[in-house]
Design a protein around this ligand. Structure first.
Ligand code: ADP
Ligand code: MG
Length: 684
């Protein structure tokens, strides 16, 4: 019965409307009854300012109830008609004037009472021009109104849409059964669904409107979190005890000893916690956040080593082939020395070689597979996969994690992100993950000197400075936002940048890297840069994540206002990885205040968490990585950045509910709504 509301809107007659109106409704993207009644106003026209004529003082938007004393019309100079009326409410007299509405003279009757809404102006006496009028049926109950304002199309007027919703609510509102469990409704004093629907469209008063908004904020977040947390609950239930760890740590020790340095406290803390969880047989679902350069790779290695020496296989996934390649090259030696077979699996591995590799993985001979998302493609089978580490999570996203689980790969899972986000936000976006933070950089790191370059003179100086550093043996990155020239964006393409750099820095070897190049070509250039054969690397965003060339100490970012702060911070993190003082130049001629403010933040701080927070303040939720796929950016009532309180409340509500019901959603109505809501959005 309830499911009916998701059927074609045309199944629901709206009295007084014909087919044409359904076409209009469909233009608004409304396909079913649910979408119609959940087509919420974008704003409201507040007409609760009821006034007596005798209390009018100055110009204002008011609602006045009064009796018509006189009404007549006259022609103006342009031969158009003007209707004039005088009304009174016993406290004074008000003039009303309408232009080009001659029919009003017949519609409005002398002696009758009406409601008039509009702006009053002080003339000889007070007057209203072109006020709206309403016939009042129930005189005493009318206390003014708050009218909805909808986003609409040309062919559908505000008034028609209002009327449609009025009828829709009256006729079908009762079909919208409560979808929040009764216990939660009463415990948290949440406005009931039908009443909230009525009040979100046609609020009785401001208080009711607020209650309705709160209700839908909780409702939509509740649906989202139910999905996220339920998955977590079930993974915990199913996964606990699935992996048996004997606690062998020889290889781990050998590896730690071979490092030329001590692990930081923060690294140890994260590793210890996860080892402990593994030993207890708990399934791991961890998000590890750590600023660029905080040493996440080593943490990943130590976790993978532990799982491998205790009898399982591991997988390390990176967002790009370049990064996968780099991981492979830097790890292969270490792991082979420890007697562990490692393989690289990316999309470019094809044919027979690929088949052979897949066989070896399935047999369990290869213990560690490093690669791109090619690893989670269907035909890759592991013998005994124990841990998947996903590097640079924000490029992988929620959807990929879901793909893994949907394939029945219930594995220990660790995602690592260098784009820190505030903890509370992390909890809601990645609600299915535990969050661990590496909040400490290895000792001895020198802060990167950052400068914003906004004029030609400074730019010239910058090139001279870079030339000197290159002569001292350092290397430099130059990053441009686009591959090819685009008139529209007038952003500097890599080619253009290539020419500029070659002119300013004659005699140095310049390599060019961009997304349209083949992998082999990319590798060659990347390797040339690593070896130091190439002095300057010009690139698009492909080098954003994870690339590690300690001798490179200069980062120049062209058109830097086009990048998000966190991206800029990531890019900057490519330097400052060695013993040399490093520099970052942000080139931007922008006059725009926000851009300027953003770039200043980078000049002033190196703390990724702080930068992320500032970035959030300047951006909309939809732009935050991961939010789009997770459904968070579709939230209409929650401001994900600022409304942390509601988010926490709903998380608590949902956690409590799932515990009580052992991970089951017992409310049929809620279940149907969740199914309908996510059937399209989360499958991609
Ligand atoms: P990210 O967190 O950005 O992935 P990496 O794992 O690439 O950082 O580490 C950056 C650099 O710091 C690497 O060269 C790595 O060898 C080094 N490093 C990692 N941990 C430590 C440590 N505890 N002490 C000193 N250097 C470290
Ligand atoms: Mg890394």
């Amino acid at each position: 019965m309830y499911k009916k509301i998701y059927e074609n809107i045309e199944e629901f007659p709206l009295d007084g409307f014909n087919e044409k109106v359904y076409r209009g409704i469909k233009k608004l993207g409304i396909k079913n009854l649910y979408e119609l009644l959940y087509y919420f106003p974008r704003g409201y026209d507040n007409r609760t300012n009821m006034k007596k004529i005798g209390d009018l003082r100055g110009e204002e938007y008011v609602v006045i109830k009064g009796n018509i004393m006189t009404i007549n019309s006259q022609f103006m100079k342009n031969k158009k008609k003007m209707v004039k009326a005088k009304i009174t409410d016993g406290t004074g007299i008000l003039d009303l004037i309408w232009f080009q509405m001659p029919y009003l003279q017949k519609t409005l009757k002398i002696g009758e009472e009406y409601i008039f809404i509009g702006n009053v102006k002080r003339g000889y006496i007070f007057q209203m021009i072109n006020p709206e009028y309403k016939i009042v049926k129930n005189q005493d109950s009318f206390t003014g109104e708050i009218l909805p304002i909808y986003s609409t199309v040309k062919t559908m007027s505000q008034n028609v849409l209002r009327r449609i919703l009025e009828i829709g609510l009256e006729k079908y509102g009762a079909l919208f059964e409560e979808n929040i469990p009764e216990k939660i409704i009463s415990k948290y004093s949440i406005l009931g669904r039908e009443e909230a629907l009525k009040n979100i469209h046609f609020p009785e008063n401001e208080k009711k409107l607020e209650e309705a908004k709160r209700r839908f904020a909780i409702e939509e977040l509740l649906m989202l979190e139910m999905g996220i947390l339920q998955k977590r609950f079930l993974v915990d239930e199913e996964g606990t005890g699935k992996y048996k760890i004997d606690g062998k740590k020889e290889l781990v020790k050998e590896y730690v000893d071979s490092l030329g340095f001590q692990l930081t406290k923060a690294q140890k803390k994260v590793i210890t916690e996860i080892y402990k969880n593994l030993n207890e047989g708990r399934i791991i679902n961890h998000l590890i956040q750590g600023d660029v350069g905080s040493g996440k790779t080593i943490v990943a290695i130590l976790l993978l080593l532990y799982i491998i020496e205790n009898g399982y296989q591991g997988a390390l996934m990176a967002p790009t082939e370049i990064l996968a390649n780099q991981h492979y090259l830097s790890l292969i030696e270490t792991f082979e020395k420890l007697g562990i077979k490692v393989a690289l699996l990316t999309g470019s591995l094809k044919g027979k070689k690929r088949e052979e590799l897949l066989k070896e993985i399935e047999k369990g001979n290869i213990k560690l597979v490093i690669g791109t998302h090619a690893i989670i493609q269907e035909n890759v089978k592991f013998k005994r996969l124990g841990l998947i580490v996903i590097d640079e999570q924000h490029r992988f996203g929620v959807a990929q994690r879901k793909a893994l689980r949907d394939k029945g790969i219930l594995s220990n899972l660790i995602v690592m992100s260098a784009t820190p986000i505030p903890r509370s936000l992390a909890l809601s976006i990645y609600g299915d993950l535990d969050v661990g933070i590496i909040d400490e950089l290895p000792p001895g790191r020198k802060p990167i000197k950052t400068k914003w370059i906004n004029n030609e003179i400074d730019k010239e100086k910058m090139y001279n400075f870079i030339g000197k550093k290159l002569l001292e043996g350092r290397q430099a990155y130059f990053v441009a936002p686009l591959i090819e020239e685009s008139e529209k964006l007038s952003a500097k393409s890599t080619m253009e940048l290539f020419e500029e750099v070659s002119t300013y820095l004659k005699g140095f070897r310049v390599g060019l890297l961009h997304g349209k190049m083949g992998n082999k070509e990319k590798d060659e250039i990347m390797n040339g840069f690593k070896k130091g054969d190439i002095n300057i690397l010009i690139s698009t965003l492909v080098i954003e994540v994870g690339v590690n060339v300690p001798n490179a100490s200069i980062m120049v970012i062209s058109d830097s206002e086009r990048f998000g702060l966190s991206t800029l911070h990531q890019l900057r993190g490519r330097v400052g990885r060695g013993e040399h003082q490093s520099y970052c130049f942000l080139i931007s001629k922008t006059e725009n205040m926000t851009s300027e403010a953003r770039l200043k933040i980078l000049e002033e701080t190196q703390d990724g968490f702080k930068i992320a927070e500032e970035d959030l303040k300047l951006r909309k939720a939809g732009e935050i990585f991961g939010t789009r796929q997770s459904g968070i950016s579709d939230l209409k009532f929650i401001d994900i950045v600022h409304d942390i309180k509601t988010i926490k409340l709903v998380k608590d509500i949902v956690t409590e509910y799932l515990k009580e019901n052992r991970g089951e959603i017992k409310n049929k109505i809620l279940e149907i709504d969740i199914e309908e809501k996510f059937k399209d959005s989360l499958t991609s």
